[in-house]
Design a protein around this ligand. Sequence first.
Ligand SMILES: *Cc1c(COP(=O)(O)O)cnc(C)c1O
Length: 404
Amino acid sequence: MKDKIAEERASLNARQSLWPNYSPPEDLVFTHGIGSELFSEDGGSYLDFLSGIAVTSFGHSHPYLNNALKNQADKLWHVSNLFRIPAAESLAERLVKHSFADSVFFANSGAEAVEAGLKAIRGYHAASGNPKRTRIIGFSDSFHGRTIATVAAAGNKSHMQNFVPGDQGFDQVEWGNYEALEIAVDDCTAGIILEPVQGEGGIRPITHEFLSSIRKLCDERGVLLFFDEVQCGIGRTGHLFAHQHYGLNPDVMALAKGLGGGFPIGACLTTKEVGGSMVVGTHGSTFGGNPLATAVGNAVMDLLLEDGTLTKVIEKGSYLNKELKRLQLRHHDFLDSVHGLGLMIGVKCKIPCADLAFSLRNNNLLVGQSGANMVRLLPPLNVAEPELEKAISIFDKTLNEITR
Ligand SMILES: *Cc1c(COP(=O)(O)O)cnc(C)c1O
């Protein structure tokens, strides 16, 4: 019986049983990871500067996170929100203490955290006697997830096609175009959603000027401001939240990716007024904020809030940025420019970024890709300095090979 199960699990053609919506490299399978390194089945080792897309914020197999997970696993995995979950309460309290927010809803992913925020925005206006205010404005080149509402919020036509009938109550404005935004806001507008640092659409931090005009416009017109910090939050840019670089607060914020260090968890943070409208029966999630997820989330917060963690993210980010700019000058036929904040860095390429990412992988450095033909670097927040140097030297070597 046991042997038969093992045989079934090891089936070689299992991959065909997955939807064909992803296209991973055929011959690369990771078996384990330690810190910033991933090890493959065929004995290879890779420097992981993708971190599962900004998810493994403290690298792989961090002993402190592993312990938090194992300890909780031995006690209680799940009870549902029909009962109090002390770890969720304490994680929420800590997120509140370190942010603009007064209350939190836990989800399992980024898209769900965004959806919760979109609902809360509409729920708030309905509860305040403005049921007409339902429309939400998103920006070009945004990414908010792959559910129907989050795809509609970002308005990316290639993501919407065949799946999203109509506009689902969302309007789109060009990123950076304040005049267009001012015209788009009317008395049906409920909220504006944006990423303080755009991720998938190209690593683009919003300008101070654009963001402060948006905040002012929202205040004047009674519109709620929603920051999607699913990628740029949780220390990625060197502040706990990216918007803290700007000294301006939203009314709603979504978090996910880095919050569980690899364990799925999302969170939607809101002001008292917005969160207060989400009374019993308005929203829910079976798994959201369960004991396992919030035990790990609390452990990630412990590491983030440790003295020096965020300062070092700023230092390492500026080192990486500076060294990449040096490479850009040396290899200006291939590299156009370097963008980003903290350890969220995009290198705009003059050759197809997929080709560069592929060559870097062949030299054992894993990176991501992003819109605007960028290679995207998202190393763990606790990446070691020698690992940054190693990544730069792989980059240099790879570009030299392309030159030849
Ligand atoms: C990844 C991402 C999401 C979606 O998160 P999922 O966990 O994949 O649902 C939403 N917003 C931003 C900015 C993201 O980077």
